[in-house]
Write a protein that binds this ligand. Structure first.
Ligand code: SF4
Length: 187
């Protein structure tokens, strides 16, 4: 399962110096998983462990994401996982609007190369990338049709780890993914 365009973008991201985040980060985290996935998960930016390993969602948030994927009988090999921002912001601060604006073309191109059916956003930054005026408290757990994509916003797993009621909501929303898959005619 190769995807030469996605690989080309990965190399460009690894060499990118378009913003200052590449100076403080150890390495880029371009994304990982099935390069031809029908379902992609998009988070905000790499954190400490992601920066160390060059792989998205490998810290505590990633363990929760793996657990939730298992609950709906999916694994990382079935989906593709990436972030809007490819280098870690120092001290895990929020990415600035300028950094998002500078980096976002990579994600747009990655999505074109993968051509998924369902985009699941994790947290408000990635939701607002696609739905600029939406609020996560109102939009989580509700699928939206966005051109050819079904967009499904979820709370970020890190928010779930900080806030037990958000974790319950995240689990509840996550368990609706099989229904969305069915309605999107993927099974
Ligand atoms: S965060 Fe994005 S725009 Fe900035 S250097 Fe990394 S890949 Fe380039």
């Amino acid at each position: 399962m190769s995807n030469s365009e996605l690989e080309k973008i990965r190399k460009e991201i690894s060499a990118c110096t378009k913003c200052a985040l590449c100076k403080s980060a150890i390495q880029a985290v371009p994304g990982s998983g099935n390069p031809n996935a029908d379902i992609v998960f998009i988070g905000e930016a790499p954190g400490f462990y992601e920066d160390q390993q060059g792989v998205p969602f490998v810290g505590r948030s990633g363990k929760l994401l793996d657990f939730l994927l298992g609950q709906i009988r999916l694994s990382r090999d079935d989906v593709w996982i990436g972030n809007i921002i490819k280098h870690r912001p120092p001290d895990n601060r929020d990415p600035s609007p300028e950094e998002i604006s500078t980096c976002k073309a990579f994600l747009t191109r990655q999505l074109e190369a993968i051509n998924p059916k369902i985009i699941i956003t994790l947290g408000r930054f990635s939701m607002n990338y696609f739905l600029p005026n939406a609020t996560i408290s109102m939009s989580h757990g509700k699928p939206h049709q966005l051109g050819k994509y079904t967009l499904y916003p979820l709370y970020h797993p890190a928010a779930g780890l900080r806030n037990p009621s958000m974790k319950i909501q995240l689990i509840e929303d996550f368990l609706k993914i099989p229904d969305i898959i069915e309605k999107t005619n993927l099974i």
